[in-house]
Design a protein around this ligand. Structure first.
Ligand SMILES: Nc1ncnc2c1ncn2[C@@H]1O[C@H](COP(=O)(O)OP(=O)(O)OP(=O)(O)O)[C@@H](O)[C@H]1O
Length: 241
């Protein structure tokens, strides 16, 4: 069994003549929180679109829990949960109806679905909101419901694309600490795309993506050094004033 939850190997992608990713390689180990840090246009969303097979990469290889995305797409995608920037839940339906629908999309039968919904809703702390319409939830609660949806089929890997964008400080902290708790308690491996350095902790895995290239990868503590992550990031990307 492979030790990596997600393996990105020499992945490149262009949109016509626009080069979005060049030879991107990194692994995320099982059961670790890994941050993918990059400013706007770094290529984070493109990479997520390739991992979820929205697009096919021009070159390179992606494996999810040991399954090659191109050769075994169904197995690879079954091991993956995704929280995109845009909402995947139907705002007019209740949280329960949404989760039941997504469980059925994953082929989970009714009885098992109800047990699984109870489990994920408790994990994200929204048990009392199951019967509420998604539209009636706060921004932070909606994000937590999105995370519950992404976990419904027990993925090995959870991708979150700028999951705290648009949230107030308190909700941001809640979504982040919930995600860290999932890693610690359920063993899911997380790839957390962000441009906010404060969201990253010393023992997190860190991949710095800039203009479509990986500039640095390792533990945050190793990369940030004595002068802190912001200084290292500015030096590495050449974006210091
Ligand atoms: N559909 C598209 N057609 C052409 N170019 C694109 C397309 N999507 C992204 N790009 C370009 O690819 C590069 C990477 O963009 P991408 O959206 O992946 O970055 P990002 O790190 O997710 O940024 P953001 O946080 O702003 O979404 C940018 O130069 C962008 O302009």
């Amino acid at each position: 069994m492979t030790l990596s939850a997600l393996e990105i190997d020499q992945v490149s992608h262009s949109y016509g003549s626009v080069r979005a990713l060049t030879d991107v390689s990194f692994d995320i180990p099982r059961g670790r929180f890994t941050a993918l840090l990059g400013i706007n246009g770094a290529g984070k969303t493109t990479l997520f679109s390739l991992i979820t097979r929205l697009y096919d990469n021009n070159s390179g290889r992606i494996r999810v829990a040991g399954h090659d995305l191109r050769r075994e797409p169904a197995q690879a995608l079954a091991r993956l949960g995704v929280v995109f920037q845009s909402r995947a839940l139907d705002a007019d339906l209740t949280v329960l109806q949404n989760l039941a629908y997504h469980a059925s999309l994953h082929g989970i039968g009714r009885v098992r679905a109800r047990a699984r919904i109870d489990e994920v809703i408790a994990q994200v702390g929204l048990r009392e909101k199951l019967g509420e319409r998604v539209a009636a939830l706060s921004g932070g609660q909606q994000r937590r419901a999105e995370i519950a949806r992404a976990l419904i089929h027990r993925p090995d890997v959870l991708l979150l694309d700028e999951a705290t964008v648009g949230l107030d400080v308190k909700s941001r902290a809640e979504v982040l600490s919930l995600t860290r708790r999932l890693v610690a308690q359920s063993g899911v491996s997380v790839l957390w795309a962000t441009h906010i350095m404060d969201e990253i902790q010393p023992d997190d895995g860190l991949v710095i993506l800039h203009r479509g290239r990986v500039l640095k990868k390792g533990l945050m503590a190793e990369i940030s050094g004595a002068d802190g992550l912001t200084r290292s990031f500015l030096d590495l990307t050449g974006t210091a004033a």
